[in-house]
Design a protein around this ligand. Structure first.
Ligand code: APR
Length: 247
């Protein structure tokens, strides 16, 4: 780990009164959840247009559900790691704090975070395509589940390609990005819009940007400090350096 970079990032955090964190799939990689675009990522194994669009679901709901049932089973096996717990602690350290995530695994909540905006929905939510019914949990609901209230088909509570983000979520995320002093961008390749533009929004009004990612990304050029490493170790190291400065 680059100690000088960790120190520099800690100094930025020490003078921050409005902090926005943006996390992507790499945040959960060390919990055991595959990312999307890395070497063994989900989109190297299946085509998004066959599993993650409304059209795919309409064409073959059983096939789409089969993939989501597998992902829900995988999610039931994993736990948040120390990096998730550090971000939950940071809520207490900065008065204006927002965590924006594209992750659908709910691990930030399970680690104790409460100020979370989930842009892409939740894998542990299943909702009705016809009414407002939804059910939370990872129980297997079968090959082609239907609503107990209106008999329409149930679907995974995630946002698919071509769909709108949950109402209010994007506005709240941009509001946080546009007022923060520092944004920490963790584990995202930065290719999926509109989430990637949050960093531009932060930078445009003069915020500092810290990137935590083992690899360079589309967003690295916007970063004031790049911490090259997995977030499970890097975030606790950054937390420790920040605490040393504060003591
Ligand atoms: N710590 C931090 N970052 C990591 C780690 C780790 N341990 N392991 C991998 N990464 C980084 C990779 O280097 C890569 O930059 O995580 C990033 C994962 O990128 P993507 O798979 O593209 O995930 P993300 O940017 O979150 O975009 C995923 O795409 O298809 C959509 O809806 C889907 O929300 C999802 C979005």
């Amino acid at each position: 780990m680059d100690e000088a970079a960790v120190e520099q990032a800690a100094q930025l955090l020490a003078s921050t009164s409005s902090l926005c964190i943006s996390t992507g799939a790499g945040m959960s990689a060390e919990s055991g959840i595959d990312t999307f675009r890395d070497e063994s990522g989900l989109w190297t194994k299946v085509k998004p247009e066959e599993f993650a669009t409304p059209q795919a679901f309409q064409r073959d709901p059983v096939k789409v559900w089969e993939w989501y049932r597998w992902r829900r089973r995988e999610l039931a096996k994993v736990e948040p790691h120390d990096g998730h717990r550090v971000l939950a602690d940071w809520e207490e350290r900065v008065s204006d704090f927002t965590l924006v995530t594209k992750n659908v695994d709910g691990l930030h909540h399970r680690a104790g975070s409460t100020k979370v905006i989930e842009l892409h929905g939740r894998l542990d939510v299943v909702r009705c395509t016809g009414c407002k019914y939804e059910v939370i949990g990872l129980d297997d609901l079968g090959a082609d589940p239907h609503c107990p209230e209106c008999s329409q088909r149930l679907r995974p509570g995630v946002v698919w390609f071509g769909e709108a983000l949950p109402p209010g979520a994007l506005d709240a995320a941009f509001f946080a990005a546009q007022r923060c002093d520092t944004m920490v961008v963790v584990g995202t390749s930065g290719v999926v819009q509109p989430a990637a533009s949050l960093v531009d929004a932060a930078k445009a009004h003069g915020a500092y940007v810290i990137e935590v990612n083992p690899n360079p990304t589309e967003l690295s050029y916007l970063a004031d400090v790049c911490l090259r490493g997995g977030c499970q170790r890097t975030l606790p190291a950054l937390d420790a350096a920040w605490r040393r400065l504060a003591s």
